[in-house]
Design a protein around this ligand. Structure first.
Ligand SMILES: C[S@@+](CC[C@H](N)C(=O)[O-])C[C@H]1O[C@@H](n2cnc3c(N)ncnc32)[C@H](O)[C@@H]1O
Length: 296
């Protein structure tokens, strides 16, 4: 039986107003991050590891299972960090197999969120584990972290976190690929997108796709094609057309170190869960000819 996955019971669509300047849209977005008791219905922060494995490309579960104690997993936009907590407390698996839960062989995991959504369960779990097994960073977006602060990771995930929310998509990708180990993979997702398969239309009648890219001449560029134009990555894009709204899911594997991400400029941002964003592809400046030097 085909089970339709619904990501948001009542989608809070990007908020737009005639007076809406870019700045006020970012202020509205900041209010969504800081919302606590009255978080918009579409702002979900507690998705489980089971949800991650069902939503992200199949390679994610294989990659995570293959990690050992010397490896690291980064979850960008982790919300409460429930997926990481589930990774460390697989009670149901332990009960099924009646095996004691072993943590020693597990990868170290880092959760990143703009706002601090840690619960008492996070603090309790962290206290039972050896230092630095799970860490939670908050207070700023991914682009503001350095390699010295975060280090490198074999697996990076982003399930409706920064990849869906950032206003600077190309910088976000540069940083993510910087934090990724060679041969490591970034697993992520975008909802309501002009997919590579091309069989879906904008989910909300009269609205655009949630994330759009224009070329300089105004022609459309699919997100999948833009990702595939990054150097030193191997990209797969897969449409889940039966989801409501439809989602495109991505595995982006780093295959060499000379990563160059084609730059995008943000041309539209309307706050939401996730926000509505449009970008324009910037054409790289032609190389400046070097003056001829006299070698005699
Ligand atoms: C809708 S919640 C998703 C939480 C979690 N992935 C889940 O599925 O339950 C969005 C998360 O992304 C974070 N976020 C948004 N933009 C971000 C950015 N640029 N860098 C890091 N985190 C970001 C928010 O702070 C929040 O933790």
């Amino acid at each position: 039986m085909l089970v339709l996955q619904t990501l948001w019971p009542a989608h809070v669509h990007a908020q737009q107003g005639p007076e809406g300047t870019a700045k006020s849209e970012f202020a509205k977005q900041a209010e969504i991050y800081q919302s606590r008791d009255k978080a918009p219905e579409g702002y979900v922060v507690d998705r489980s590891l089971a949800f991650y494995t069902s939503a992200l490309p199949a390679g994610f579960e294989r990659s995570l299972t293959g990690l050992g104690a010397n490896h690291r997993w980064l979850d960008i936009g982790a919300g409460m960090g429930q997926a990481i907590l589930d990774y460390y407390t697989p009670e149901s698996r332990a009960q099924r197999t009646e095996q004691p839960v072993q943590h020693n062989g597990k990868a170290r995991a880092v959760a990143l969120s703009i706002e601090d959504r840690r619960t008492s369960l996070w603090h309790q779990t962290a206290a039972t584990l050896e230092a630095d097994k799970i860490r939670y960073f908050f207070g700023k977006p991914l682009r503001s972290y350095t390699l010295t602060e975060l280090g490198k990771f074999e697996v990076i995930t982003d399930l409706l976190g920064g990849f869906s929310y950032t206003g600077d998509l190309s910088r976000f990708m540069e940083k993510t690929l910087d934090f990724l180990q060679l041969n490591g993979s970034f697993y992520t997702i975008l909802q309501d997108i002009d997919s590579e398969a091309g069989s879906n239309r904008p989910y909300y009648p009269g609205s655009p796709y949630l994330t759009e890219i224009d070329k300089a001449d105004g022609a459309k560029l699919k997100v999948c094609s833009w990702l595939k134009s990054i150097s030193c990555v191997k990209v797969t894009c897969e449409l889940k057309a039966e989801w409501k709204p439809p989602v495109e899911i991505y595995q982006i594997q780093k295959v060499c170190d000379d990563v160059v991400v084609p730059a995008l400029m943000q041309t539209h941002f309307a706050a939401g869960t996730p926000p509505e964003r449009r970008f324009q592809l910037l054409t790289p400046k032609p190389a400046t000819p070097q003056p001829l030097t006299n070698t005699r």
